[in-house]
Design a protein around this ligand. Structure first.
Ligand SMILES: Cc1cc2nc3c(=O)[nH]c(=O)nc-3n(C[C@H](O)[C@H](O)[C@H](O)COP(=O)(O)OP(=O)(O)OC[C@H]3O[C@@H](n4cnc5c(N)ncnc54)[C@H](O)[C@@H]3O)c2cc1C
Length: 289
């Protein structure tokens, strides 16, 4: 546990083995060989899905959602601001797909009773440094860089260790002629750490480097502090999808949650309530498989 599981959790969620079991299992699933990547980059998943749904997209930042009613039915006014100024539109149904937690939430809810406020819990800050340079293989016990055999470096929970993991990364578009750099060649490494790396730390990991690009994120929920999961239904036809990240954060989890929220919203809208929270569902699912 302290060697393998701890190392994988530090690399994926930047956290210790104190995370709940399901988050740990998700983290281990991501550490196995059968993971996938999208040619061209994961962002193509979003643009591809938008194209398939023929959705009408308004490129704007949502600033708030206010509740109105029409013929006794809830109507949600979504307020937004874009380069063209402020605007709003009315919807019968709304799905919120960004975290509603203090460090990430950036819009408000109005006229709801009881009020909808941010949910408790904190996010784990994390820093990704993409470094183009020559690995200092001596630091990892290989004085001859040519003999360094690894493309990923994991770490265990060690006091004062300044990074969580490092990976030698490939471009998102790989041609047939692509080959990984030899260990003694300059390569692109992704370094994950809790704090930005200072010059001394960079010089510890790399003999020399050409460039460093740093991104600081509020990445994953702090799983060791998770008390309860946020609700999925915020109001009659107002749903919240991102709460599933508090079970375990991954693209797959969010995709499953998105499908479930779509089914829930459909069944509520069409009053097919017997399809929601079916008592014998577990049995059905088991026998189906
Ligand atoms: C550094 C990092 C590495 C990760 N690595 C992996 C990995 O290897 N594999 C994996 O499966 N998962 C990974 N994840 C997790 C994965 O990115 C998330 O689970 C996934 O992106 C969640 O998808 P989402 O659509 O729910 O939310 P997001 O992808 O967070 O999308 C939310 C969108 O809402 C927009 N938004 C926020 N507020 C507003 C507003 N007020 N108005 C309008 N738009 C708004 C944001 O700009 C964003 O585009 C990683 C996450 C991070 C941060």
């Amino acid at each position: 546990v302290d060697d393998v599981i701890a190392a994988v959790l530090r690399s994926s969620y930047g956290q210790s083995v104190l995370v709940p079991a399901f988050a740990g299992a998700m983290s281990l699933a991501g550490a196995q060989g059968s993971t996938w990547a999208v040619e061209g980059g994961n962002k193509l998943v979003c643009s591809g899905l938008l194209k398939l749904t023929k959705a009408s997209v308004i490129s704007a930042r949502v600033t708030g959602i206010s509740l109105h009613s029409s013929d006794g039915r809830a109507l949600y006014q979504v307020h937004y601001e874009s380069t063209e100024g402020q605007g709003s539109a009315f919807y019968d149904m709304v799905v919120v797909t960004t975290p509603l937690h203090p460090s990430r939430s950036n819009f408000t809810f109005e006229n709801f009773d009881p009020p909808i406020t941010d949910f408790p819990g904190a996010f784990q800050p994390s820093v990704t440094s993409v470094v183009h340079g020559y690995l200092n293989s001596s630091y990892f016990g290989f004085p001859d860089p040519k003999l360094f055999p690894f493309t990923s470096i994991l770490t265990t929970d060690t006091p004062d260790l300044f990074f969580h993991a490092m990976d030698n990364i490939c471009p998102v578009n790989i041609s047939a002629a692509f080959r990984r750099k030899q260990p003694q060649e300059a390569a692109v490494w992704r370094v994950l750490s809790q704090q930005p790396l200072d010059k001394h730390q960079l010089k510890t990991l790399f003999r020399s480097y050409y460039s460093v690009q740093v991104t600081e994120w509020q990445t994953y929920p702090r799983y060791d502090a998770t008390k309860a999961l946020p609700p999925v239904v915020l109001h009659e036809n107002l749903f919240y999808l991102s709460g599933v990240e508090w079970v375990a954060s991954s693209m797959e989890m969010v995709a499953v949650a998105a499908k479930n929220v779509a089914l829930l919203a459909y069944n509520r809208w069409h009053q097919e309530l017997e399809k929601i929270d079916q008592k014998d569902l577990m049995h059905k699912v088991k026998t189906e498989l």
